[in-house]
Write a protein that binds this ligand. Structure first.
Ligand SMILES: Nc1ncnc2c1ncn2[C@@H]1O[C@H](COP(=O)(O)OP(=O)(O)OP(=O)(O)O)[C@@H](O)[C@H]1O
Length: 380
């Protein structure tokens, strides 16, 4: 969608962040330590190529590893972050892992997701309905190079740097991703209601006519088609789409304005958009909301109603078996294609349990920071 160049040019907002040259994997960080986030699961016992299985270090997708040596081009030495044991284990180097995964690629059959774009009419309902209508660890690490995923088709490792929010820093952006109808809006609404001062959502732009009960800048920011198209040209939108001859979009500035109010900005986007948001300015914490098994969907959603995506008047209908199957299939595709971008996965089975897990995740991030910094400032 081309928001990247714009986002890049705006990334100066981060004060404490240091970029390292993107081509030098071996460049040590300021403290002389290199940390990487694993983007795949690794078990040395399953690896036929490793020279000594006992010397290997197993890890899971999402683990943070500290690199101890990159002297060998094929096998790096690493240990789990925070592990007091000084003994490092062998892990495949980025180059080696990329090469062998690329060779294995034909086996992986991943269907491209049908994603909303300029001409799409099937984008999330939340895009079209105003939010007002619907009442509403451990140490943290963040990406060092927002460009990495653009170049690396094969997810292996991503270099990260310890995340320390400074007192005057804004909150990180919270990005929620999930298949259509999994319950993103419901969870967002509950979060907003739980603390309206702390959480915020963006006001989307639209070119549709304002209705009598609506106010500009509240339900939507109403703009002309011409201006919308100019803004698209200028990469001002994170996502946009067309529905019934009108444009709807989420602008980058609308995210900034929520963060400027010192609120946690809750934003739901298509998964392919996440990589454009992974900038030094936003440092998004990405949560994938996943459906439970089909049996649990049948059980939990038996009284739930969905609003038809083809109907702007809000007509509700019950979930069908097809809706459930689609949700599960779409979640599988999302996870296999974009799983390496998710910081956390929450299963929306029982709504209250999912909400509490979401809340605990945020609270934990904040509590950890408060403890570390010894002050009362919330930090996400
Ligand atoms: N855990 C749950 N248990 C029961 N019902 C749920 C649960 N989560 C969501 N729902 C219900 O499912 C329906 C769809 O949820 P919601 O509108 O939040 O989904 P969404 O992912 O935001 O949809 P869209 O993609 O259309 O924007 C709503 O009626 C909601 O109340």
């Amino acid at each position: 969608m081309g928001t990247k160049s714009h986002l890049k040019s705006q990334s100066k907002g981060a004060i404490t962040f240091k970029i390292i040259p993107s081509t030098k994997e071996e460049t040590p960080s300021k403290e002389g330590k290199i940390f990487i986030k694993a983007l795949f699961d690794y078990d040395p016992k399953e690896d036929k190529a490793i020279p000594c299985k006992e010397a290997g270090l197993s890890f899971r997708k999402g683990d943070i590893l500290q690199i101890m040596s990159q002297d060998d081009v094929t096998w790096w030495q690493a240990k789990h972050e925070g592990d007091a044991n000084p003994r490092a284990g062998l892990i495949p180097s980025k180059h080696f892992q990329e090469r062998r995964l690329a060779l294995r690629r034909p086996e992986i059959v991943v269907q491209p997701l049908k994603l909303s774009n300029t001409k799409s009419s099937g984008f999330r309902r939340s895009f079209r309905l105003s939010r007002k209508d619907k009442k509403i660890n451990k140490s943290m690490y963040e990406c060092k190079k927002s460009e990495q995923y653009d170049t690396a088709d094969v997810p292996t490792y991503e270099e990260v740097t310890p995340y320390r929010r400074q007192i005057h820093d804004k909150y990180r952006l919270i990005v929620l991703v999930g298949p259509v109808r999994v319950g993103l809006n419901e969870l967002k609404r509950k979060l907003l209601m739980s603390d309206t001062q702390h959480y915020g959502v963006i006001v989307p732009h639209t070119t549709r006519a304002r209705r009598s009960q609506e106010s500009d800048g509240v339900e939507y920011i109403f703009i002309s088609k011409h201006l919308f198209e100019t803004d698209v040209q200028n990469n001002k939108f994170i996502e946009y789409g067309e529905y019934k001859n009108n444009y709807y979009g989420t602008s980058i500035d609308s995210v900034r304005s929520v963060l400027a109010k010192n609120k946690v900005c809750l934003l739901d986007v298509q998964p392919h958009t996440v990589k454009h948001l992974r900038t030094l300015e936003f440092k998004p914490y990405v949560i994938f909301i996943k459906p439970p098994s089909i049996e649990h969907l049948r059980e939990t959603r038996k009284n739930a109603k969905i609003i038809s995506s083809r109907d702007d008047q809000g007509t509700a209908k019950p979930f069908t078996e097809e809706d459930f199957q689609e949700m599960i299939k779409s979640a599988q595709i999302m996870e296999s294609q974009y799983g390496h971008l998710f910081d956390k996965i929450i299963i929306n089975d029982d709504l209250t349990v999912a909400f509490n897990e979401l809340k605990t995740t945020f609270d934990k991030l904040e509590t950890d920071k408060k403890k570390k910094k010894g002050n009362r400032n919330p930090a996400l």
